[in-house]
Design a protein around this ligand. Structure first.
Ligand code: BEZ
Ligand code: FE
Length: 304
């Protein structure tokens, strides 16, 4: 990953008179929000004006480039509907979604870190019992996932609602098939000791939807649309901050290039493959297939 990237295109020198023209415009636009009586809205509007004008002046934006940007955003709007949110995807690939999560989920003691929500969560996924299977027909290597939910003082949290969802081995979520299938998702509750366990699928890498303008932007800039393999969690319990996160697969070569910048070291877990014939923890008969197991101990921060 590139650190301390410098902008290697020097801003051409501009005359003092030209600079004054540009700065006067910024002052005028800033002043146009002066009478906004919502202080937060005023702050947001004036800050975006400052940053936007700084960008335009920094790169000396050409009129062709401005037109291209407008056409691009228009396409992002046109492809967005109830089922596809290209603006969120754009925010994701710019790291803006992840930065907003960072800003709003400051590290708190030993609480589990949050990461991007993604577009594939669905309300009302089926409930499973402890040790149940979220696959619901989704194909992939069976994976036993177990762990605990606790508060930051180590007290187990019982009855926490745990939503889990993931792509199948072909890299697709159920909602991407365009039929009514519900697979690769479920919810369950932590038990009296704060423990949970379920069968899922060993996560595999998949691309974000890249057949639209965001995908074209990635291709034009030599970026990959691939996400590192992951399993999504959303965990809620009364009095605790809701946690939206994933766990990632240690050893996955995409960990350092996740296209939405969602990977955090603390969320990388061992998914340990078990040879065919290894007895499953719940006695399930897996025939001659291999399976994997992973552990995830979840710590919820208190609600502020
Ligand atoms: C996902 O995790 O499924 C996802 C996250 C961000 C953008 C697209 C997909
Ligand atoms: Fe995902």
């Amino acid at each position: 990953m590139t650190e301390n990237t410098t902008i290697d295109r020097p801003t051409p020198a501009i005359s003092a008179a030209q600079s004054e023209v540009e700065e006067q415009l910024i002052r005028n636009v800033l002043a146009s929000f002066d009478s906004c009586d919502n202080p937060r809205l005023k702050q947001l509007m004036q800050a975006i004006v400052r940053h936007l004008h700084a960008f335009i002046r920094d790169v000396r934006l050409t009129e062709d480039e401005w037109n291209t940007a407008i056409s691009f955003l228009t396409e992002v709007g046109h492809i967005t509907d109830d089922r596809r949110q290209e603006f969120i995807l754009l925010s994701d690939v710019f790291g803006a979604s992840m930065q907003t999560i960072n800003v709003n989920n400051e590290a708190y003691k030993n609480a589990t870190e949050a990461t991007v929500f993604g577009p594939f969560f669905v309300d009302d996924a089926p409930q499973i019992e402890h040790g149940g299977d979220i696959a619901g027909g989704a194909t992939g290597q069976p994976c036993w996932v177990e762990g605990t939910v606790a508060d930051t003082d180590g007290n187990p949290i019982q009855n926490a609602r745990i939503e889990v969802w993931e792509a199948d081995e072909d890299g697709f979520y159920d909602v991407q098939y365009g039929d009514d299938r519900v697979s690769g998702r479920a919810h369950l509750y932590s038990d009296d000791d704060g423990r949970f366990r379920f069968w899922g699928l060993t996560p595999t890498p998949y691309p974000i939807p890249h057949d639209g303008p965001v995908g074209r932007m990635l291709a034009a800039t030599g970026r990959s649309p691939m996400r590192a393999s992951h399993l999504h969690f959303m965990v809620t319990a009364p009095g605790q901050r809701a946690l939206v996160t994933h766990i990632f697969v240690r050893g996955d070569e995409l960990l350092t290039s996740d296209t939405v910048f969602g990977v955090k070291q603390s969320l990388i877990k061992d998914f340990v493959e078990q040879p065919a014939g290894t007895p499953a923890p719940d006695g399930r008969d897996l025939g001659d297939s291999t399976w994997a197991r992973a552990e995830f101990d979840i710590v919820l921060a208190p609600e502020i």
